[in-house]
Design a protein around this ligand. Structure first.
Ligand SMILES: Nc1ncnc2c1ncn2[C@@H]1O[C@H](COP(=O)(O)OP(=O)(O)O)[C@@H](O)[C@H]1O
Ligand code: SF4
Ligand SMILES: [Mg+2]
Length: 348
């Protein structure tokens, strides 16, 4: 299947002035990322806070400054588009964020909020726009009779539905969902994920779903990308990543995922990583994960980890992993044999 979105060695580096006017420092927020999202598919992107997920997502929509590499959308290189061509491409891509309260203007009625992108991108009269807003609200499960209400009159889950209706307003092909369920209660979270799944099936949408929590990615993702300090460290089919994570970082993220069965939950073998994510101003030498890697410790802290950056290389099952010792990691997974991998639930 052809790729709708593709990046090649994409970089977003921010220059920061050093202390007391000293030398400028560079925040390597996205540091050489190559991904492909096929038409109609969903890539789940996971990693701890500060790993560059949102910056990567925004760079795909040309909403973060690209300092290296390229982005292709629908076969066109959009890295340096500007003016009307950029606006046209942007209308085919939309974003939904974690906090709909922050992104929905509190003073505007829902009719205006959802209708605004239609007014910006399409020349239609008010009556047509109103009908379309009503249809969109119905699509996301909001009573169209409430289109005169303002955001504070809705619950958190309903506000997220309104944000999704707004994103759908110009019939985009691609939607970036950045931590869309992170601020919601567990039960509401499942409803929003189900809504996204239905929309994807009905409209053939292509998604990038970003989350710091692997659990909220497994219902929708065809592929999972694991991001650490600006780079992808593991990328592959969701089932393979969930069933047998090969990078020690992926193993630690998966081990933190609660299991629905209380017995299995009790037996869960959590890997708690030491320290926090290092600053992207000072990325560790060699393998950028080496300062926190339990496998390196288990293998007797090999020098190679601190000296040589591992390339993202394919394993026999088609996954790519950036670890010199991926085979050893995959052979000695963190999860005990008594604790099966959680079921993935892919869209057909
Ligand atoms: N506009 C900016 N200027 C400087 N640094 C930034 C900017 N935006 C993000 N960063 C830095 O880039 C890193 C990655 O941030 P972000 O993409 O938000 O990560 P994530 O979404 O994974 O939490 C962080 O260290 C953040 O502070
Ligand atoms: S290359 Fe070394 S430090 Fe990096 S993940 Fe693999 S074992 Fe750990
Ligand atoms: Mg983020």
């Amino acid at each position: 299947m052809t790729a709708l979105l593709e990046t090649d060695d994409l970089e977003v580096h921010y220059k920061k002035s050093g202390l007391l006017g000293g030398e400028r420092e560079v925040v390597r927020a996205v540091d050489g990322v190559s991904i492909r999202i096929r038409q109609g598919e969903c890539l789940g992107l996971v990693g701890e806070s500060g790993c560059g997920k949102s910056t990567l997502g925004r760079a795909l929509l040309r909403a973060a400054p690209i300092t290296g590499g390229s982005v292709r959308f629908g076969g066109t290189d959009i890295t340096r588009l500007s003016g009307r061509s950029l606006r046209t491409v942007r209308s085919r891509m939309q974003m939904v964020f974690q906090d709909p309260y922050g992104s929905l203007d509190p003073k505007m009625p829902v009719e205006e909020i959802v209708g605004e992108p239609i007014r910006t991108h399409q020349r239609v009269g008010r009556a047509v726009r109103r009908t379309r807003v009503g249809e969109l609200l119905e699509t996301v499960g909001i009573d169209p009779a409430r289109m005169g209400d303002r955001p504070h009159q809705f619950s958190g889950g309903q506000r997220q539905r309104i944000a999704i209706a707004r994103a759908l307003a110009v019939r985009p092909e691609f939607i970036l969902c950045d931590e869309v369920t992170s601020a919601l209660d567990v039960s509401i979270r499942a409803q929003i994920l189900n809504l996204l799944k239905e929309l994807r099936q009905e409209h053939g949408l292509t998604f990038l779903m970003i989350s710091h929590d692997l659990g909220s990615l497994r219902h929708l993702s065809d592929d999972i990308g694991v991001m650490y300090l600006g780079r992808i460290v593991e990328l592959g089919p969701a089932r393979a990543v969930f069933d047998a994570p090969a990078h020690p970082y992926t193993q630690s993220l998966l081990s933190a995922m609660p299991l629905p069965d209380p017995d299995k939950e009790r037996a869960r073998n959590r890997i708690v990583l030491k320290d926090d994510v290092p600053s992207p101003l000072a990325i560790p030498s060699g393998c950028r994960f080496h300062t926190r890697c339990f496998l390196r410790d288990r293998l007797g802290t090999p020098d190679r980890c601190a000296a040589q950056e591992p390339a993202l290389r394919p394993l026999p099952d088609g996954r790519t992993v950036a670890c010199h010792f991926a085979e050893e990691a995959a052979a000695a997974p963190s999860r005990p044999a008594s604790q099966p991998a959680p079921e993935t639930d892919r869209c057909p």
